[in-house]
Write a protein that binds this ligand. Structure first.
Ligand code: CTP
Ligand code: MG
Length: 176
Protein backbone atom coordinates (compact mmCIF):
# COMPACT_ATOMS: atom_id res chain seq x y z
CA UNK A 1 0.00 0.00 0.00
CA UNK A 2 1.25 3.48 -0.79
CA UNK A 3 1.19 6.17 1.86
CA UNK A 4 -1.51 7.90 -0.16
CA UNK A 5 -3.69 4.79 -0.11
CA UNK A 6 -3.19 4.45 3.66
CA UNK A 7 -4.34 8.03 4.15
CA UNK A 8 -7.35 7.43 1.90
CA UNK A 9 -8.45 4.39 3.90
CA UNK A 10 -7.47 5.26 7.49
CA UNK A 11 -7.13 9.04 7.78
CA UNK A 12 -9.47 10.83 5.38
CA UNK A 13 -12.55 8.77 6.41
CA UNK A 14 -12.00 9.72 10.07
CA UNK A 15 -11.71 13.41 9.20
CA UNK A 16 -14.83 13.13 7.06
CA UNK A 17 -17.02 11.40 9.66
CA UNK A 18 -15.83 13.34 12.73
CA UNK A 19 -18.75 15.84 12.78
CA UNK A 20 -21.18 12.89 12.89
CA UNK A 21 -19.29 11.25 15.77
CA UNK A 22 -19.22 14.48 17.76
CA UNK A 23 -22.89 15.23 17.03
CA UNK A 24 -23.81 11.72 18.16
CA UNK A 25 -21.65 11.68 21.27
CA UNK A 26 -22.04 15.18 22.68
CA UNK A 27 -25.77 15.17 23.63
CA UNK A 28 -24.98 13.06 26.68
CA UNK A 29 -23.10 16.13 28.00
CA UNK A 30 -25.90 18.59 27.15
CA UNK A 31 -29.16 16.70 27.55
CA UNK A 32 -29.46 16.50 31.32
CA UNK A 33 -32.53 18.33 32.61
CA UNK A 34 -33.72 19.40 29.17
CA UNK A 35 -37.27 18.82 27.93
CA UNK A 36 -37.90 15.65 25.98
CA UNK A 37 -38.25 16.19 22.21
CA UNK A 38 -41.56 14.31 22.17
CA UNK A 39 -43.02 16.54 24.96
CA UNK A 40 -43.93 13.27 26.71
CA UNK A 41 -46.51 12.48 24.03
CA UNK A 42 -47.47 8.89 23.42
CA UNK A 43 -48.61 6.68 20.56
CA UNK A 44 -50.78 3.72 21.61
CA UNK A 45 -49.68 4.14 25.20
CA UNK A 46 -45.97 4.21 24.40
CA UNK A 47 -43.75 7.31 24.38
CA UNK A 48 -42.97 8.58 20.89
CA UNK A 49 -39.24 8.87 21.66
CA UNK A 50 -38.79 8.73 25.43
CA UNK A 51 -37.02 10.92 27.99
CA UNK A 52 -33.51 10.33 26.60
CA UNK A 53 -34.00 12.39 23.41
CA UNK A 54 -34.06 16.02 24.53
CA UNK A 55 -34.38 19.40 22.85
CA UNK A 56 -31.10 20.81 24.18
CA UNK A 57 -29.19 17.57 23.57
CA UNK A 58 -30.37 17.49 19.97
CA UNK A 59 -29.80 21.18 19.19
CA UNK A 60 -26.35 21.38 20.82
CA UNK A 61 -25.38 18.00 19.36
CA UNK A 62 -25.99 19.29 15.84
CA UNK A 63 -24.31 22.61 16.64
CA UNK A 64 -21.18 20.95 18.03
CA UNK A 65 -20.88 18.72 14.95
CA UNK A 66 -20.96 21.81 12.73
CA UNK A 67 -18.38 23.59 14.88
CA UNK A 68 -16.05 20.58 14.62
CA UNK A 69 -16.53 20.58 10.84
CA UNK A 70 -15.53 24.25 10.69
CA UNK A 71 -12.52 23.76 12.97
CA UNK A 72 -11.17 20.79 11.04
CA UNK A 73 -11.61 22.53 7.69
CA UNK A 74 -7.85 22.93 7.08
CA UNK A 75 -7.32 19.19 7.70
CA UNK A 76 -10.13 18.23 5.37
CA UNK A 77 -8.81 20.59 2.74
CA UNK A 78 -5.47 18.75 2.73
CA UNK A 79 -7.25 15.73 1.22
CA UNK A 80 -9.98 17.28 -0.88
CA UNK A 81 -10.14 20.76 -2.37
CA UNK A 82 -13.57 21.49 -0.96
CA UNK A 83 -14.91 25.06 -0.62
CA UNK A 84 -15.57 26.16 2.96
CA UNK A 85 -19.34 26.49 2.47
CA UNK A 86 -19.52 22.95 1.03
CA UNK A 87 -17.64 21.61 4.01
CA UNK A 88 -20.00 23.35 6.43
CA UNK A 89 -22.93 21.91 4.50
CA UNK A 90 -21.40 18.43 4.73
CA UNK A 91 -20.77 18.86 8.47
CA UNK A 92 -24.34 20.10 8.95
CA UNK A 93 -25.87 17.16 7.06
CA UNK A 94 -23.62 14.66 8.85
CA UNK A 95 -24.60 16.17 12.23
CA UNK A 96 -28.32 16.48 11.51
CA UNK A 97 -28.26 12.99 10.00
CA UNK A 98 -26.51 11.58 13.07
CA UNK A 99 -29.18 13.00 15.37
CA UNK A 100 -32.01 12.01 13.00
CA UNK A 101 -30.67 8.45 12.83
CA UNK A 102 -30.35 8.24 16.60
CA UNK A 103 -33.86 9.65 17.08
CA UNK A 104 -35.27 7.28 14.46
CA UNK A 105 -33.62 4.45 16.39
CA UNK A 106 -35.38 5.53 19.60
CA UNK A 107 -38.67 5.84 17.71
CA UNK A 108 -38.34 2.27 16.43
CA UNK A 109 -37.28 1.01 19.88
CA UNK A 110 -40.33 2.58 21.55
CA UNK A 111 -42.70 1.16 18.92
CA UNK A 112 -41.49 -2.38 19.53
CA UNK A 113 -41.67 -1.88 23.30
CA UNK A 114 -37.97 -1.41 24.18
CA UNK A 115 -37.70 1.03 27.13
CA UNK A 116 -35.49 4.13 27.08
CA UNK A 117 -31.89 3.22 27.82
CA UNK A 118 -32.33 -0.46 26.93
CA UNK A 119 -30.01 -1.47 24.13
CA UNK A 120 -30.76 -2.90 20.71
CA UNK A 121 -27.47 -4.04 19.15
CA UNK A 122 -26.64 -2.73 15.66
CA UNK A 123 -29.47 -0.16 15.74
CA UNK A 124 -27.81 1.64 18.67
CA UNK A 125 -24.34 1.58 17.09
CA UNK A 126 -25.14 2.18 13.44
CA UNK A 127 -28.44 4.08 13.18
CA UNK A 128 -26.75 7.47 13.45
CA UNK A 129 -23.92 6.43 11.14
CA UNK A 130 -26.12 5.17 8.29
CA UNK A 131 -28.47 8.16 8.28
CA UNK A 132 -25.56 10.64 8.56
CA UNK A 133 -23.85 9.12 5.51
CA UNK A 134 -27.10 8.91 3.56
CA UNK A 135 -27.89 12.58 4.15
CA UNK A 136 -24.38 13.87 3.40
CA UNK A 137 -23.54 11.59 0.48
CA UNK A 138 -25.29 13.68 -2.23
CA UNK A 139 -22.76 16.46 -1.54
CA UNK A 140 -19.87 14.20 -2.53
CA UNK A 141 -16.41 13.80 -0.95
CA UNK A 142 -17.52 10.47 0.54
CA UNK A 143 -14.66 8.13 1.51
CA UNK A 144 -14.11 5.18 -0.83
CA UNK A 145 -15.39 1.65 -0.22
CA UNK A 146 -12.41 0.55 1.89
CA UNK A 147 -12.51 3.79 3.85
CA UNK A 148 -16.21 3.22 4.58
CA UNK A 149 -15.48 -0.36 5.67
CA UNK A 150 -12.83 0.95 8.03
CA UNK A 151 -15.39 3.40 9.44
CA UNK A 152 -17.89 0.59 10.02
CA UNK A 153 -15.30 -1.18 12.16
CA UNK A 154 -14.20 2.02 13.91
CA UNK A 155 -17.79 3.06 14.66
CA UNK A 156 -18.52 -0.25 16.40
CA UNK A 157 -15.32 -0.10 18.45
CA UNK A 158 -15.70 3.57 19.41
CA UNK A 159 -19.33 3.11 20.39
CA UNK A 160 -18.39 0.43 22.90
CA UNK A 161 -15.35 2.32 24.24
CA UNK A 162 -17.03 5.73 24.58
CA UNK A 163 -20.17 4.36 26.23
CA UNK A 164 -18.22 2.25 28.73
CA UNK A 165 -15.99 5.29 29.37
CA UNK A 166 -18.95 7.64 29.85
CA UNK A 167 -20.55 5.13 32.21
CA UNK A 168 -17.34 4.79 34.27
CA UNK A 169 -17.08 8.59 34.46
CA UNK A 170 -20.65 8.71 35.73
CA UNK A 171 -21.88 10.71 32.72
CA UNK A 172 -24.07 7.91 31.39
CA UNK A 173 -26.42 5.67 33.35
CA UNK A 174 -25.84 2.50 31.35
CA UNK A 175 -22.59 1.28 29.72
CA UNK A 176 -24.09 1.04 26.18
N1 CTP B 1 -29.37 12.81 24.59
C1 CTP B 1 -30.16 13.94 24.39
N2 CTP B 1 -30.73 14.17 23.16
C2 CTP B 1 -30.53 13.31 22.14
C3 CTP B 1 -29.73 12.16 22.33
C4 CTP B 1 -29.16 11.94 23.57
O1 CTP B 1 -30.33 14.73 25.30
N3 CTP B 1 -31.10 13.55 20.95
C5 CTP B 1 -28.74 12.63 25.93
C6 CTP B 1 -29.74 12.16 26.98
O2 CTP B 1 -29.37 12.77 28.19
C7 CTP B 1 -29.50 10.66 27.02
C8 CTP B 1 -28.02 10.55 26.75
O3 CTP B 1 -27.72 11.62 25.87
O4 CTP B 1 -29.83 10.12 28.26
C9 CTP B 1 -27.61 9.25 26.13
O5 CTP B 1 -28.19 9.12 24.84
P1 CTP B 1 -28.49 7.71 24.20
O6 CTP B 1 -27.45 6.73 24.54
O7 CTP B 1 -28.79 7.89 22.77
O8 CTP B 1 -29.84 7.33 24.97
P2 CTP B 1 -30.46 5.92 25.18
O9 CTP B 1 -30.42 5.67 26.64
O10 CTP B 1 -29.81 4.93 24.29
O11 CTP B 1 -31.98 6.16 24.75
P3 CTP B 1 -32.85 5.31 23.74
O12 CTP B 1 -33.26 4.06 24.43
O13 CTP B 1 -34.00 6.22 23.45
O14 CTP B 1 -32.00 5.06 22.54
MG1 MG C 1 -29.03 5.08 22.31
Amino acid sequence: MTLQALYAVFVYPVIYILPAYVANGSPVLFGKGSRPLDFKMKIKGKRILGDNKTIRGTALGIASGIVVGAVEYPLFHMFAAVPFFALIAIAALLSAGALAGDILGSFIKRRVGVESGKSVPVLDQYGFFVVALLLASPLGYLPGAYGLLFLVALTGILHVLTNVGAHKLGIKKVPW
